[in-house]
Ligand binder design. Structure first.
Ligand SMILES: [Zn+2]
Length: 186
C-alpha cells in the first residue's frame, strides 16, 4: 500500500502543463449591445453594461436575423388576429338560437324564475336561501380539513362556527324578505 502511494506521488504533484494559456483566456466574441435603454430610452455610454440614468441592465442587441424573425412572427400574429376578428364579426350572433333538441328537457328547471315559481319564494328570499345553502356547504367542507395540532383543530372549529353563523344569518334574512303569502296560494 505504502509503495503504491510513493509511486503515485510524482503523478499527483506534476505541475499543470501546459500552463493556463490564451486558450482559456480567449474571450467570447462580445455580442453587440443595444444602443438605447429599453426602460428609460437614454443612450448607453460606450462599453457600459448598465444604464447611467436608471441603472437598467444593458440588453444584447437583436441580431439582424432575429429582428427579421420577430418581424415575420409579428406579421403572422397580426394576420391571425385579423382573421379571427373577421370570422367573429361574420357570425350572425343574433340569429343563433339553440334548437330545442340541444337542451335537455330539465334545463328549464335551472332558470331562476322557474325555481322561484316552484319553491314559492320571493327573489330576495331565494337569494338568501341559496347563500345560506352555500354557507352550510362551507361548514361541511371545513370538515375536510385535517388538524394535526390542537390549535389547528380549534381554528377549524372557529371556521365551522363562522360558516354556520353565516348560514343562520342568511336564512333569517330569507325569512324576513319573504313576502306574505297571497290569497290564491292559500
Ligand atoms: Zn435606463
Amino acid at each position: 500500500m505504502a509503495e503504491v502511494v510513493q509511486d503515485a506521488q510524482p503523478e499527483f504533484w506534476r505541475p499543470p502543463s501546459p500552463p493556463v494559456s490564451e486558450e482559456v483566456a480567449v474571450r467570447e466574441p462580445v455580442p453587440s449591445m443595444a444602443e438605447a435603454c429599453p426602460r428609460c430610452g437614454s443612450e448607453f455610454l460606450l462599453g457600459s453594461h448598465f444604464c447611467h440614468t436608471c441603472g437598467n441592465r444593458r440588453p444584447e442587441a437583436l441580431s439582424p436575423s432575429a429582428r427579421a424573425d420577430a418581424a415575420v412572427i409579428a406579421q403572422v400574429w397580426e394576420q391571425g388576429v385579423h382573421r379571427v376578428r373577421e370570422f367573429v364579426r361574420g357570425i350572425p350572433w343574433r340569429q343563433i338560437k339553440f334548437p330545442s333538441w340541444a337542451l335537455p328537457s330539465w334545463a328549464h328547471y335551472l332558470h331562476f324564475h322557474e325555481i322561484k315559481n316552484r319553491v314559492g319564494l320571493s327573489t330576495g328570499s331565494l337569494i338568501a336561501f341559496v347563500v345560506g345553502l352555500a354557507c352550510v356547504a362551507g361548514a361541511l367542507l371545513v370538515g375536510l380539513l385535517t388538524a394535526k395540532t390542537y390549535v389547528d383543530w380549534q381554528a377549524i372549529q372557529f371556521y365551522r362556527a363562522e360558516w354556520l353563523l353565516g348560514a343562520t344569518a342568511a336564512f333569517v334574512a330569507g325569512i324576513l324578505l319573504k313576502k306574505p303569502a297571497r290569497d290564491d296560494h292559500e
